[in-house]
Design a protein around this ligand. Structure first.
Ligand code: PHE
Length: 369
């Protein structure tokens, strides 16, 4: 069996000389693969006499084990050498700056809402909320909109399909239905994070989403409003005016703001007014607190006695005022953004430019970050 020892020394020499993983694998296949030299020898055992097999078998098996051992030892050597080569060739440059990481930011609408809530909270207002999907009763009827009154059309309402009871719900066109919910105490059926209805005195602000079928540079089909409602004894227009003047001065962080109240009409307030702020429109940006122009920013008025009656309150005992304004609108005014629609475009470049840090230092005027 000189064959065997020649094969042994040939294979050992070849394995020791293999310079990379591929040539080592070629040697393994030529010896131990399906029709490799050692595999063929193992197959030939079947044709031998028992005596022959007893003599040659262990030698062939020994050769196979030895060659297998040599191959894996050489493989380990080659792997180690390759790793060593890579470690010396590749170097991590620790002086390189890390790749930039995108940071999230607070959306301007949410920032502005928080600023507004902080100002009202300081004046003793609590927070109330209501659902976006409303009944015709809460959104219109209870607020003194007569049936078929053109004011209903004015709001360009998004109606939902009729439900099984023949009722058509709607996407609320303003936050005023929450006045009804709180005075009527229908909010008691809602989850606890929504303000519970309450007996007067009532002092609430209501931030929320509102919807009207309208879209241009100053109108979006979904926008945010903040409603205010105060119900107490002896409440008059003077309280309304002081509250709104104080809010505007604190929100715009300037005592210079001038305001004026113009008579207006809302079905749910009497008398009703629109409030304008003094501004300068000479540049391409509207500036608050300077100039001689006026900009309409909110609707307000004394709560109509019919609303109080509908909500079970005696207008001879309780009086109140209410107001409502567009949050996004006041936001673009305060932070000088040119187009209202950008607020809703979800353009990440715009958001990282105008967005606010969640970790900003508290504002000394409001205590809010
Ligand atoms: N709900 C009115 C609107 O959306 C605003 C308003 C609220 C007016 C409260 C008066 C009182 O236009």
């Amino acid at each position: 069996m000189t064959d065997l020892s020649k094969l042994d020394s040939d294979l050992s020499a070849a394995i020791a000389a293999a310079g990379d993983a591929a040539s080592l694998e070629a040697i393994r296949v030529s010896a131990l693969g399906k029709s490799g030299s050692i595999s063929d020898l193992l197959k030939s055992l079947g044709g031998m006499s028992p005596d022959e097999r007893r003599e040659v078998g262990p030698r062939i098996n020994g050769l196979r084990d030895r060659v297998q051992g040599l191959i894996s030892a050489r493989k380990a050597e080659l792997d180690a050498a390759e790793l060593e080569a890579r470690l010396t060739a590749e170097r991590v440059d620790l002086s390189l700056p890390p790749p930039p990481r995108r940071r999230g930011s607070v959306h301007p609408t949410m920032q502005v809402m928080d600023e507004m809530i902080a100002v009202f909270a300081e004046m003793g207002f609590a927070l109330a909320e209501g659902p976006d999907i409303e009944t015709d009763f809460n959104n219109f009827t209870a607020l003194n909109f007569p049936p078929k009154h053109p004011a209903r059309e004015m709001h360009d309402t998004f109606w939902l399909p009729e439900d099984e009871r023949g009722e058509r719900k709607l996407l609320r066109t303003h936050t005023s239905p929450v006045q009804v919910r709180v005075m009527n105490r229908i909010n008691e059926k809602l989850p606890s994070w929504i303000a519970q209805g309450q007996e007067p005195p009532i002092r609430i602000v209501v931030p929320g989403r509102t919807y009207r079928s309208d879209s241009d540079a100053t109108h979006t089909p979904m926008f945010h409003q903040m409603e205010g409602l105060v119900i107490d004894k002896g409440i008059h227009m003077g309280h309304l005016k002081w509250t709104l003047d104080t809010f505007i001065a604190r929100f715009f962080e300037t005592p210079e703001v001038t305001t004026r109240f113009r008579p207006h009409h809302f079905p749910f307030t009497e008398p009703s007014a629109e409030m304008d702020v003094g501004c300068d429109r000479s540049g391409n940006e509207v500036k608050i607190g300077q100039g001689s122009d006026w900009l309409e920013i909110l609707g307000c008025g004394m709560v109509h006695p019919n609303i109080l009656r509908t909500c079970g309150l005696d207008p001879d005992v309780w009086q109140g005022f209410a107001f409502g304004f567009g949050v996004d609108r006041l936001g673009i005014l305060k932070y000088g953004m040119p187009d209202l629609r950008d607020m809703f475009a979800s353009d990440s470049r715009w958001l990282s430019h105008y967005g606010f840090s969640a970790f900003q230092a508290p504002n000394p005027a409001t205590g809010l970050s």
